[in-house]
Design a protein around this ligand. Structure first.
Ligand SMILES: [Zn+2]
Ligand SMILES: [Zn+2]
Length: 109
């Protein structure tokens, strides 16, 4: 049985102090440290802020995938490409290209 229901000091029946949300002994004033499980109130779980998505369009990484895409500036056939998630989230990813030759950048519409 739950020993919290009886005072550990004098053995008297404990009463619930609703203000403090704790069991107390009316005889000797003893208050147990741990709350009975049935009295534990579920704490509200605060939703964390949604992680803001970093838009990385300025950095050029060597590991970017290459694709066959004609550059409008120099006519080069190949370009690096990467995807950028828009901030609103409900829009689809936008694909960006960068010419492997002249570094011209454009986006896929
Ligand atoms: Zn007591
Ligand atoms: Zn180019």
């Amino acid at each position: 049985m739950m020993n919290e229901m009886f005072c550990q000091k004098c053995g008297g029946l404990m009463l619930l102090d609703r203000e403090k949300d704790k069991l107390t002994c009316p005889k000797c004033g003893f208050v147990p440290r741990s709350k009975p499980k049935s009295l534990i109130i579920k704490e509200k779980v605060e939703l964390g802020k949604e992680d803001e998505i970093e838009v990385q369009g300025g950095k050029k990484v060597d590991t970017l995938p290459k694709i066959e895409e004609k550059c409008g500036e120099c006519g080069n056939k190949y370009a690096f490409y990467w995807l950028v998630q828009t901030r609103s989230g409900d829009e689809s990813e936008t694909r960006f290209f960068e010419c492997t030759k002249c570094n011209h950048r454009w986006r896929d519409y």
